[in-house]
Design a protein around this ligand. Structure first.
Ligand SMILES: Cc1cc2nc3c(=O)[nH]c(=O)nc-3n(C[C@H](O)[C@H](O)[C@H](O)COP(=O)(O)OP(=O)(O)OC[C@H]3O[C@@H](n4cnc5c(N)ncnc54)[C@H](O)[C@@H]3O)c2cc1C
Length: 425
């Protein structure tokens, strides 16, 4: 008989959801992790989003300059495992990810912690009782299943559980609700990577020229290329689909098809014009288009750009960051950046994870309470992992104290996170 009740149900097995499930299970909870895809890892796996963006700053202690990692705890544990990567012989000191290893490592971590994982299960309904989420329904190949829990964590990246529950949210920039563009990442193989990097400047020049002449339709301002762990293969995070709505399935469907045309356009451009790409083959495009920005809940605190820039350290801070405020233009070319000076970082208050309407529902990951600008910094994977760890830890503490997740003592939460190796500022 399928179990129908868990202490904690986490919807979404991406960066935040996996950390939430691990923290909850290690805190003594029975945990169900529900994932629409067939593997854990979220955007990193489904959308080939790589590498981990920077998560440290320089600080001076006793006259000595040191590097301070702003994302620690479960992130450090997972990052160390990904770097070591004993599975496919591609150990790397960099932040590049081997998605296949990530999937396997996360499977094992969940098994060791006793998390029940349900793949190919898509959230399709919610039942409420006053200020409580009572149960969620998920569509599976065997039919619709319903699960009750004390606490629910929405780690879908789109705040889908929150939206289904009636939680208020914001979408995109205030003027026109446009979100940051979506990107379908892809990889080319059979490359002479040294020659490609040597020609990097030429690639950018010709791309711009072709764009001006109308031969390239992609509105992105340049060609964004990353190394991978595998010789002869480069990663391209360079398609750009603007003015599409990630919460409208028809709009996302159109975006996927448009992005595949941009992949072909870029492949031909590179193959036809650069020696290092003469023998190029399209190795793969991601299973899903990547969504940078989607719903962001109207949480009990909505984080702003001003708070980030001021390096605000909140009394209930549960994660920290200093990734640049990196806004890919929602309506065309260009990307704007605000870089934090060395030593300056902000924290994310626990209240950003708490919807106003419910007491046993938490949101973790890229859709917590933040403005369009603030989300452009906090969305990176290291920070999402830390927000997930905080949410799972809070769920475990709520159970122990016999209170709702919204009533967890935040001093105690911060102390617990620190004791477990997390950095809370
Ligand atoms: C093109 C692109 C490039 C990026 N580059 C980088 C980068 O280089 N470095 C970096 O650190 N960050 C990068 N980011 C940002 C980062 O990848 C995401 O913001 C981050 O992964 C979000 O984490 P999350 O846990 O909130 O969501 P995700 O990691 O996306 O996980 C959400 C999970 O929920 C599941 N899900 C969704 N809906 C449902 C449902 N209804 N039912 C069940 N399951 C569901 C999804 O399948 C997914 O597994 C990039 C993003 C994009 C789009």
């Amino acid at each position: 008989m399928q179990k129908k009740y868990f202490d904690l149900v986490v919807v979404g097995g991406g960066q935040a959801g996996c950390a939430a499930a691990l923290a909850g299970a290690r805190g003594g909870l029975s945990v169900l992790l529900i994932e629409a895809a067939g593997a854990l890892g979220g955007s990193a796996v489904n959308c080939l989003v790589t590498p981990f963006m920077p998560f440290s700053t320089k600080v001076t202690e006793n006259g000595e300059e040191k590097t301070l990692a702003l994302s620690q705890g479960i992130f450090s544990e997972l990052h160390a495992a990904y770097k070591e990567d004993g599975f496919y012989g591609e150990a790397s000191d960099t932040c590049n990810i081997n998605e296949e290893s990530m999937k396997l490592i996360l499977d094992r971590k969940m098994r060791e912690a006793g998390v029940t994982v349900l793949f190919h299960a898509t959230l399709c309904g919610v039942a409420k009782d006053g200020r409580r989420v009572k149960s969620v329904s998920v569509a599976t190949v065997g039919g619709v299943l319903e699960f009750e829990a004390d606490t629910f964590i929405d780690a879908t990246g789109d705040a889908t559980l929150a939206a289904y529950s009636g939680v208020a949210f914001r979408l995109g920039r205030p003027a026109d609700s446009l979100c940051q563009p979506m990107t379908l990442c892809f990889r080319l193989c059979n490359l002479d990577t040294e020659a490609v990097w040597k020609a990097h400047g030429e690639i950018q020049k010709l791309y711009k020229k072709f764009q001006d002449e109308g031969k390239i339709k992609n509105p992105r301002e340049n060609v964004l290329i990353f190394n991978t762990r595998i010789p002869g293969i480069l990663h391209f995070n360079t398609t750009r689909i603007v003015k599409h709505n990630p919460t409208d399935a028809f709009s996302v469907s159109e975006a996927e098809a448009m992005a595949r045309e941009q992949v072909l356009e870029m492949y031909r451009f590179l193959k036809d014009n650069f020696d290092g790409c003469r023998n190029a083959k399209l190795m793969m495009s991601a299973a899903s288009i990547g969504v940078r920005e989607s719903r962001m809940i109207e949480a009990r605190h909505v984080l702003t750009q001003e708070e980030l820039v001021a390096g605000t350290h909140f009394p209930d801070g549960i994660a920290a960051g200093n990734y640049d405020i990196d806004i890919h233009s929602p309506d065309g070319g260009g990307t704007s950046h605000y870089y934090f000076p060395p030593g300056v970082y902000y924290t994310i208050p626990y209240r950003c994870l708490l919807p106003r309407e419910f007491d046993n529902l938490l949101v973790a990951g890229r859709s917590v309470g933040a403005t369009h600008e603030a989300q452009a910094s906090i969305r990176i994977m290291p920070i999402c992992v830390c927000m997930g760890e905080a949410a799972g830890t809070a769920a475990a503490m709520a159970k122990e104290a016999g209170v709702a997740a919204s009533d967890v003592d935040t001093d105690a939460l911060r102390a617990k996170l620190s004791a477990n190796g997390a950095f809370v500022g």
